[in-house]
Ligand binder design. Structure first.
Ligand SMILES: Cc1cc2nc3c(=O)[nH]c(=O)nc-3n(C[C@H](O)[C@H](O)[C@H](O)COP(=O)(O)O)c2cc1C
Length: 357
């Protein structure tokens, strides 16, 4: 059904400006009646961070920045979705154009800079859908002109603690100047201390929400050592590896590859998967990981799992493959499990880490 839809929608969407095409897609998902995805194979179900996932494939942050379409995405077959990044106050983001498709390379470059409508708008949308259930994470960040960035993340926890399935602390977007400095050990330690304090405080009167840390794929290995040490010492519930990259692999063929911003999609796959395996090796089982970056097929999703991911997210590949990709990946994961005689995803997590190190 979605494959049929993709065949008509994708050429149309590719013929217009990338940001407009994105906005049209979100608009359509908000309003159009959608086919419900078939029920997931029980082999794909898993419990992670104390949450029940019908399948391990999630929509990555950035697609639904303002929490407009979480239910549409769950209905299309995603096992979970992550809204945001959301900042306390609305902000317009960087000047347009700021989103570029790399058709030949099957990649995307964006320099949005956290354009979003702020906490209050997202909260009122999430409140109206809260009783419907499903795993909907909230990705929190800091306003560009904030004088106390950590306070912006704390405000995110306070605002969404009653309705977020989990939180992602995004310190890895390349398009807010200085944001990635929060990955530096002492800044990260202070940030996580304040964020986790706020979470624990909220948990005294409500549910305890898992807090995940999302990192860049451009960290040096010594930087990754520090990040994982701080994350373990502070007791985060998980990590997401990775955000977009500022690097440009030599293999890029598209002219548009020179545009400034974060690169995602197929050209990010190898870098992000190596970072995932390196992170897995350092975490030593203390918490689960979400693998993201360049997942565009069942094989790529399976590779993330074998490189250490318990859950997998994607975004950019949908630009080229359409929503039918979600069902194809899930069917492929079931086939991979069956071919190996495994009864759950957990059994495959991290089994090929050494190949990536
Ligand atoms: C247009 C666009 C906007 C994004 N915005 C965000 C964001 O607001 N917050 C965030 O944590 N990640 C954001 N990301 C990063 C994605 O969540 C993901 O980590 C990255 O794109 C790698 O996955 P992919 O190759 O499947 O796209 C964005 C990615 C794209 C392509």
């Amino acid at each position: 059904m979605m494959g049929f839809f993709d065949q008509f929608a994708l050429p149309l969407l590719h013929s217009i400006d990338a940001e407009r095409a994105h906005n049209m897609t979100v608009f359509a998902l908000e309003r159009a009646p959608l086919p419900a995805a078939p029920a997931d194979d029980p082999l794909l179900a898993l419990n992670v961070f104390g949450l029940d996932f019908p399948n391990p494939l999630g929509m990555a942050a950035g697609f639904d920045k303002d929490a407009r379409v979480p239910d549409a995405l769950l209905q299309l077959g995603f096992g979970f979705t992550e809204v945001g990044t959301i900042t306390p106050r609305p902000q317009p983001g960087n000047a347009k154009p700021r989103l570029f498709r790399l058709h030949e390379d099957r990649g995307v470059i964006n320099r949005f800079g956290f354009n979003n409508n702020g906490h209050a708008a997202a909260r009122s949308r999430l409140l109206t859908r809260h009783m419907r259930g499903g795993v909907v994470g909230v990705n929190i960040g800091a306003n560009k002109d904030s004088t106390d960035r950590a306070a912006d993340y704390v405000a995110g926890i306070k605002t969404f603690a009653d309705i977020a399935s989990y939180f992602t602390v995004n310190v890895s977007s390349p398009n807010t100047p200085g944001l990635r400095d929060l990955q530096q050990a002492s800044a990260l330690d202070e940030l996580l201390a304040r964020v986790l304090d706020a979470r624990d405080f909220a948990a005294e009167i409500g549910p305890r929400r898992p807090v995940l840390l999302k990192i860049a794929p451009d960290l040096a290995m010594t930087g990754l050592d520090d990040v994982v040490r701080v994350a373990r010492d502070r007791g985060v519930d998980g990590m997401i590896v990775s955000n977009t990259t500022l690097s440009r692999p030599d293999t890029l063929r598209d002219d548009i590859g020179f545009e400034a911003g974060g690169l995602s999609g197929a050209p990010l796959f190898a870098l992000a998967t190596r970072m995932l395996a390196q992170t897995f090796a350092r975490v030593e089982g203390q918490f689960p990981l979400i693998g993201v970056g360049g997942v565009d097929s069942p094989e790529a999703a399976w590779a993330k799992i074998e490189a250490g991911a318990t859950l997998v997210q994607l975004y950019s590949a949908l630009v080229f493959e359409g929503m039918g990709l979600v069902e194809r990946i899930k069917a492929g994961l079931v086939a991979h499990l069956q071919a190996r005689g495994l009864t759950q995803i957990d059994e495959a997590v991290g089994t090929a880490v050494s190949d990536w190190l």
